[in-house]
Design a protein around this ligand. Structure first.
Ligand SMILES: Nc1ncnc2c1ncn2[C@@H]1O[C@H](COP(=O)(O)OP(=O)(O)O)[C@@H](O)[C@H]1O
Ligand SMILES: [Mg+2]
Length: 197
């Protein structure tokens, strides 16, 4: 089982689109069993697959020890692909309930995702280095980094790589690669961006 975090510092770098399309391609064209986890309280992945985030449980009650994973997994319209939706409770989940008192709350997701019947678990993370992103990276074997060919996006990669390397030393997460979206073939700074990456 491969667990991949789709991450970046910024919004609008195609994290959600990449999670959705990569997951669908693995399920449809490679017959893999895929679980998507919407780990961003904005819930775009959840909405994109036709679910109402206000009517579904997220992984928050599982992290709090109040529900089982099976109770929050939904079947999607893509055969072989399931999703755990997001809701607004995900925001600041770490400061409430059982997690608030747990010094090792960052490692709860990793424990929960151990030995599940999926080939791939893709986690769509929020656009910041918050508790959710850190938990996701700790739980993952790999991180797929999303960026756009813009100065601040590429600048953010340096901080993200320091953050991931730090987690990698303790938990073994490896950077799978950088996915550049919104590429402009005529961009003046293209060479400079590719050099940094
Ligand atoms: N390769 C692409 N080309 C054009 N538009 C894209 C592409 N990838 C994503 N988008 C659009 O850009 C917006 C931001 O993408 P999204 O996946 O939500 O980014 P993020 O999750 O990083 O905030 C969405 O409206 C999405 O439909
Ligand atoms: Mg998103």
């Amino acid at each position: 089982m491969q667990i991949i975090s789709v991450s970046s510092f910024k919004g609008g770098t195609a994290k959600t689109s990449t999670s959705l399309h990569l997951g669908s391609a693995l399920a449809l064209f490679h017959q893999k069993k895929v679980l998507l986890i919407d780990f961003d309280a904005q819930a775009n992945l959840t909405t994109g697959l036709g679910f109402d985030p206000d009517e579904q449980d997220s992984i928050a009650p599982v992290l709090q020890g109040e529900k089982t994973l099976q109770e929050v997994i939904l079947t999607t319209c893509v055969p072989g692909m399931h999703i755990i939706p997001a809701d607004t409770w995900l925001e600041r989940v770490e400061v409430s309930g059982a997690l608030a008192a747990d010094r090792y709350s960052h490692e709860r997701l990793k424990e929960i995702l151990r030995e599940l019947p999926y080939d791939f678990i893709l986690i769509d993370t929020p656009p910041s280095l918050c508790w959710l992103t850190e938990s996701s990276l700790i739980a993952s074997n790999h991180s797929l980094v999303c960026a756009t060919p813009e100065f601040y996006s590429v600048k953010g990669l340096q901080r993200l790589s320091l953050f991931i390397n730090n987690i990698s030393e303790r938990h073994g997460t490896k950077i799978l690669g950088v996915s550049l979206s919104f590429w402009n073939p005529r961009g003046k700074s293209n060479d400079a961006f590719l050099k940094v990456i």
